[in-house]
Design a protein around this ligand. Sequence first.
Ligand SMILES: Cc1ncc(COP(=O)(O)O)c(C=O)c1O
Length: 376
Amino acid sequence: MTKTIEELIPDYLRGLPVYVPGKPIEEVERELGIHAVKLASNENPLGPSPKAMEAARAALGESHRYPDGGTHALRKTLAELRGVTPEELFVALGSSELIDLASRVLLRQGLEGITSEGSYAPFSIAIRASGAKLVLVPQRDFAFDLQAIAKVITPRTGVIYLANPNNPTGTAFTGAEFREFVERVPDGVLVVLDEAYIHYATSVGLKDSVEVYRRRKNLLILRTFSKVYGLAGLRIGYAIGRPELLSAMNKLKTPFNTSGVAQAAALAALDDKEHVKRCIETNAAERKRLCEGLAKLGLRPVPSATNFVFIPVGPEAREISDDLLHLGVIVRPLGWMGFPEAIRISIGTAEENEKCLSALAQVLMKRTGKGELATR
Ligand SMILES: Cc1ncc(COP(=O)(O)O)c(C=O)c1O
């Protein structure tokens, strides 16, 4: 009997959830006919560095050529910056491609991948897509429970995914906690440490993980240009790891993964330290203001080390997000990420945050009659 195409798709792929991105501004404006602000995907509201834009424009003229598939210039600069060799660097289509490649290289049916409940969904998707068993460890106080994770490591464990700080809860573990954890992980298990939001976390040193990597080589550190560097639309990020692992990942990546425009913009963005500083400072000031405004509305956001805040709002979280959408504020309901009673709001510009707070006050007024939520 001949098989259908559907039957060729393995069971572990058929059951996979689809990654749900934040709603694009254009879609909301088209559907609702209103002006909207997007605070749903943890993007940089100040945009790319002007230097990065200039470099991208210049690189556009070479778009008839394939880009440098080996990303030599970018890896050389990153190597100097991070204190590693170019062979320990791998450039990819954002951290997303790196998350996927790590599982594709190291996991398969019969093995296990570990991550936390309430963390970045692509970790679980990458583990399950490899055919390996997904082991999800509950959080403690909305944060990675590193001790509990260390306890579920078995001889079948291949990869552990951690995000520091974590998305969507915004919490971070310290360098000391991480060092202690890594000591408990056997050499034959890879720890993938996703540091997409690390620039916003003053509690964690920017160099902490590279110092750990120098001593324990079973670490893959992921960084992205999508957040503090403001290049989410260009799709570029990088990993620091053992050359043997990176060369296996290199065999599986699509040829010419990152464009020449993205590589040029990333190089220039690294050089614009002023812009990075301004983005970090603006985020910290706006995060404080937004959290104070939320507290006045009776809300209790989880203290955030990132460019977003996680807010438990109760069983009407989905409805509250929908109401905000109709007032032109796109936030993220978190049901599909395992938090049906919470929403996530990305930190915007002062103007965007003001609009968000006043829309939220209106929504709470409608739902509670008081303009605020009872203290929870
Ligand atoms: C923890 C985490 N890792 C990675 C990413 C994706 O980064 P990239 O745009 O580099 O694929 C995100 C995006 O929101 C994230 O929250």
